[in-house]
Design a binder for this molecule. Structure first.
Ligand SMILES: Nc1ncnc2c1ncn2[C@@H]1O[C@H](COP(=O)(O)OP(=O)(O)OP(=O)(O)O)[C@@H](O)[C@H]1O
Ligand SMILES: O=C(O)C1=C[C@@H](O)[C@@H](O)[C@H](O)C1
Ligand SMILES: [Mg+2]
Length: 257
């Protein structure tokens, strides 16, 4: 056997081992999920990820191709998360609720937990129109914006295993709620007006709140919307005085009950 053939054979052996190990690893991930569920252990344990990352970084010191190897390891971790997400949620997760309830924040965190895709409705609309949301309101009026929301929600029914972070007013239209439920479970995030005010007070990105950043206005608007939010929701989560992590754990628990 010449040198090239010998190298090829060794590479083949390596690839076969990697392949077999990946199969084994995925089976362990599934086993671990069952174990965690039975013992109510949190699904996402960032400290475990952190620990592994540190260990690998240390092992790579002085070695060749550290970035490429970390890239592959991160891809493997990402794949495990996708497997967990698909096992837990066959549907989309649609987050609704008042401005500042935490839809974008929770979406971001869930997406890190499960490597799920996010669609941030406000952001998609702003990008498509090449204008900020306050500018769309000011230029074309609220009705125009609401129609864009409905159109986008209809398109989003093509998505699978995706987190949809709705604008605060999306659940007000009955037709929108029908669309959300076709392919998704609807999660309502709530917070007291005091908490909302605290969370939104430094931003001017919410045209309905500009000039209205006070408890009375927020309480009144939440009051007007509450019934529609609650009617739309499959799951309701109160977010006051809870960490993002605690809210996400509760969300998973309720969605998988
Ligand atoms: N559970 C929480 N604890 C502390 N701060 C939070 C929590 N949830 C959200 N926040 C903070 O509140 C602010 C508003 O949150 P976020 O943008 O996620 O709300 P939203 O529901 O997406 O609002 P909008 O409808 O306007 O898009 C952010 O600065 C975020 O960091
Ligand atoms: O609650 C609302 O009506 C809104 C919330 C934001 O997310 C934006 O969609 C827009 O500012 C309107
Ligand atoms: Mg948001």
């Amino acid at each position: 056997m010449n040198e090239i053939e010998k190298c090829r054979e060794e590479l083949d052996l390596c690839d076969d081992q990697i392949f077999e190990l990946l199969l084994k690893r995925n089976a362990i991930v599934e086993e671990l999920m069952v174990y965690k569920e039975a013992r109510q252990i949190p699904i996402f344990q960032p400290e475990q990820e952190e620990r592994k990352n540190k260990k690998w970084q240390a092992k790579l010191e002085g070695k060749k191709h550290p970035e490429e190897i970390m890239g592959i390891m991160n891809r493997i971790i990402r794949t495990s998360k996708r497997i967990q997400a698909r096992k837990l949620f066959s549907h989309n997760i649609v987050l609704i609720g008042f401005m500042g309830a935490g839809k974008s924040t929770i979406s971001e965190f869930l997406s890190t937990m499960f490597a799920m895709k996010i669609v941030e409705m406000d952001q998609v609309i702003a990008e498509r129109e090449e204008m900020s949301i306050p500018d769309i309101f000011a230029t074309y009026g609220e009705e125009y914006f609401r129609n864009l929301e409905t159109k986008l929600l209809i398109e989003l029914q093509e998505e699978k295993n995706t987190i949809i972070s709705c604008g605060g007013g999306v659940a007000m239209r009955k037709e929108n709620v029908v669309e959300m439920k076709k392919n998704g479970k609807v999660v309502l995030l709530t917070a007291q007006p005091e908490t909302i005010l605290e969370r939104v007070k430094d931003s001017d990105e919410r045209p309905l709140l500009n000039g209205n950043k006070n408890i009375e206005f927020i309480r009144e608007l939440i009051g007007k919307r509450r019934e529609k939010y609650e009617e739309a929701a499959d799951v309701i989560l109160h977010t006051d005085n809870k960490t993002i992590m605690a809210i996400c754990e509760e969300l998973i628990e309720k969605l998988t009950e």
